[in-house]
Design a protein around this ligand. Sequence first.
Ligand SMILES: NC(=O)c1ccc[n+]([C@@H]2O[C@H](COP(=O)([O-])OP(=O)(O)OC[C@H]3O[C@@H](n4cnc5c(N)ncnc54)[C@H](O)[C@@H]3O)[C@@H](O)[C@H]2O)c1
Length: 309
Amino acid sequence: MAILVAGGAGFIGSHLCERLLNDGYEVVCVDNLVTGAEMNIAALRQRRGFTFVNHDIIEPLPELPLLEQIYHLASPASPPVYQEFAVETMRVNSEGAYRLLELALQNRARFFFASTSEVYGDPLEHPQREEYRGNVSMIGPRSMYDEAKRYGEALTSTYARSRGLETRIVRIFNTFGPRMDPADGRVVTNFIAQALRNEPITVYGDGSQTRSFQYVSDLVEGIVRLMASNYSGPVNIGNPEEYTMLQLADLVQQLTGTSSEIVFRPLPEDDPRQRKPDITLASRELGWEPCVPVVDGLRRTIEYLRTVV
Ligand SMILES: NC(=O)c1ccc[n+]([C@@H]2O[C@H](COP(=O)([O-])OP(=O)(O)OC[C@H]3O[C@@H](n4cnc5c(N)ncnc54)[C@H](O)[C@@H]3O)[C@@H](O)[C@H]2O)c1
């Protein structure tokens, strides 16, 4: 029996595929490469047990082997990109999720949905616990992503409740690491790419807004533990260590040794002021907590980005 990873040629998906292969599973990666890259899975394609299917999961699915687990990670994930592919983002998290949930039912497979800290919107509670229901604009410039993920969670929970499907939901907080697309507009890659090119580092607003950043191997460990656990509610996976954007820019300056200066630009509409996971639940249910310090993760990411920027 095999495991399907939808979105497996993306940043997080490719690390998950690698981990599952290392754990001895057969992995089928389904991806339409809208934001993913063949380069991310080039080494995996040389390995036994790995199959790549170039396919859009919004469309009827091709014939697949018998599956024991299905991971749905297929979705654009950075604001400029999901805003560019706005309708596709809504569809992949709703219609795409529906197709994979039906496939899970047919296979009696366990289904995993990659949700996001963006379901909390611009949170009025800090840090965010899973019980918090969020402060999201259903018509705002991020709604195609935030609301699609909320719908994806609702659909997943509905299949669990009314069809008896085994489901897991992770709420991923900002994650970074090698294989991120340097052009996708996320803050860590923006800062590093600008620093490596000795271009000005762009900070939006006054740089006092905070985010927490986790290294990708910590996330993958959390995902695998959640899938194996008995816990079916949504679980935050993120690093609670909080950084202001200015602190992050300073760190990137130091670690790259760049001559770039920091410049300030207006804050985009709907940009959350702060984000920080409460990981009590992950720690209690999964025995999980992040173990890669942000500085170490940044060093590894800088090393990778030097090869592609
Ligand atoms: N990176 C983060 O910090 C973060 C935070 C919260 C949630 N997430 C979620 O994690 C998942 C993976 O994110 P990522 O950072 O690896 O993004 P990514 O863009 O690198 O990966 C997404 C992958 O999904 C594929 N895809 C998109 N639409 C598809 C479709 N219709 N059919 C088939 N494949 C499709 C893309 O080509 C890409 O390979 C996403 O669901 C995202 O919403 C990521």
